[in-house]
Design a protein around this ligand. Structure first.
Ligand SMILES: Cc1cc2nc3c(=O)[nH]c(=O)nc-3n(C[C@H](O)[C@H](O)[C@H](O)COP(=O)(O)OP(=O)(O)OC[C@H]3O[C@@H](n4cnc5c(N)ncnc54)[C@H](O)[C@@H]3O)c2cc1C
Ligand code: SF4
Length: 327
């Protein structure tokens, strides 16, 4: 492991200035970064600890009815906050199904979307062709082990999925990351922070040197919402597929639906066709089932993961039912 220098940022401006230096990475909870260093995925010359920055932790109500969450807030603190638990159950549930209680006490909500793919070739300790490890080296998974990989939006250059849970719920809530750098502040819709393989198979996200996620903003809550995570064991396991649903209802008639799937693509995947066709349909009707099926017309399985389409479709139907039942 390469030696690195360590600095503690005292303010957002301090962190942004330090992070503009070459070969420099920030560290928050460290639950991902330290694993990457151990495996040799990253070898920064400098690490900037951002955990001491004031004003980047906590949950507060916004005047428009939404909430703002500081990027340094620990996953468990977000999930258990009354404002989140009561108004955005889909987000609270997604967080509580991520990792383990111990990791959630350390990991931050701003670091979570920046975790990298779980593809075994990417995480291998021995060199293996992988465009995300070494740009241009190829993709071992496309003709190799890929049963947990993408069913939407992949290319031959990378078929991995983004594995996080909380961003899937945030995508269904139309949330945005607040990102600061030396030029100012910008708000980026949650799913747009991730880079699809067609844009650049070597990249995970759009953050550059000096970019700091300072907060997450969510708008007014939906009538009801729910998160369903399908995984091989019920605890401490990444999703095979997950479904986040936020519904506005009038009785059992859907007025507005927002649905995002997790672990099916390199970003949370909104089912736009399904959302449009669900409007005006009754929960549980054959029209609602047909609307869900419409979202999978573009699904494209790899040679050994067609089962994920069936699971994702059924998880979507079940998550809609769970949200309706909780209304
Ligand atoms: C065993 C294990 C199981 C897990 N299971 C799940 C799971 O089921 N679901 C799930 O969603 N996640 C899971 N995770 C991932 C976990 O949630 C993430 O590791 C965690 O959220 C990352 O947050 P952190 O604060 O520790 O980030 P760090 O490790 O400190 O940083 C991660 C990356 O984000 C950057 N970064 C951190 N904060 C900021 C910021 N504010 N602005 C800009 N850059 C920043 C760092 O530079 C680094 O590149 C698991 C992790 C482990 C180790
Ligand atoms: S799927 Fe992506 S991460 Fe996995 S080997 Fe291919 S390029 Fe690497």
């Amino acid at each position: 492991m390469r030696n690195f220098s360590y600095a503690q940022a005292t303010s957002r401006a301090d962190a942004i200035a330090l992070l503009q230096q070459p070969e420099t990475m920030s560290i928050a909870g460290g639950t991902e970064l330290l694993n990457w260093k151990r495996i040799g995925i990253v070898e920064p010359a400098r690490v900037v600890d951002i955990t001491g920055i004031p004003d980047m932790e906590g949950v507060e109500a916004l005047p428009n009815g939404g909430v703002r969450i500081g990027a340094l807030t620990k996953l468990n603190d977000v999930a258990q906050h009354a404002l989140i638990r009561d108004a955005y159950p889909v987000f609270s549930q997604a967080i509580l199904k991520a990792a383990s209680a111990q990791i959630r006490n350390l990991a931050t909500i701003g670091g979570n979307p920046l975790q990298r793919v779980r593809c075994a070739y990417f995480r291998a300790e021995e060199p293996t062709p992988c465009n995300k490890r070494v740009a241009g080296s190829g993709c071992s998974a496309v003709a190799g082990i890929h049963d947990k990989h993408a069913i939407f939006g992949w290319t031959e250059d990378c078929v991995a999925v983004h594995p996080a849970d909380p961003p899937v719920a945030l995508a269904a809530l139309d949330a945005a990351y607040v990102i600061e750098n030396a030029k100012g502040v910008r708000r980026v819709p949650v799913q747009d922070i991730h880079v699809m393989p067609s844009e650049n198979p070597a990249w995970h996200n759009i953050l550059g040197n000096g970019d700091l996620i300072t907060a997450i903003e969510i708008g007014a809550a939906a009538t009801t919402s729910a998160y369903l995570k399908i995984r091989e064991r019920e605890s401490f396991e990444y999703a095979t597929v997950s479904a986040a649903v936020a519904l506005d209802l009038d009785g059992d008639v859907i007025r507005r639906a927002r649905i995002a799937l997790g672990s099916v693509a390199m970003r949370p995947w909104r089912l736009n066709a399904t959302e449009q066709q669900l409007v005006g349909q009754r929960i549980g009707s054959s029209e609602a089932v047909a609307a869900v099926d419409a979202g999978f017309v573009d699904a494209r399985p790899l040679s050994s993961n067609a089962y994920k389409i069936t699971i994702a479709r059924n998880a979507t139907l079940r998550a809609i039912e769970l949200a309706a039942r909780a209304a």
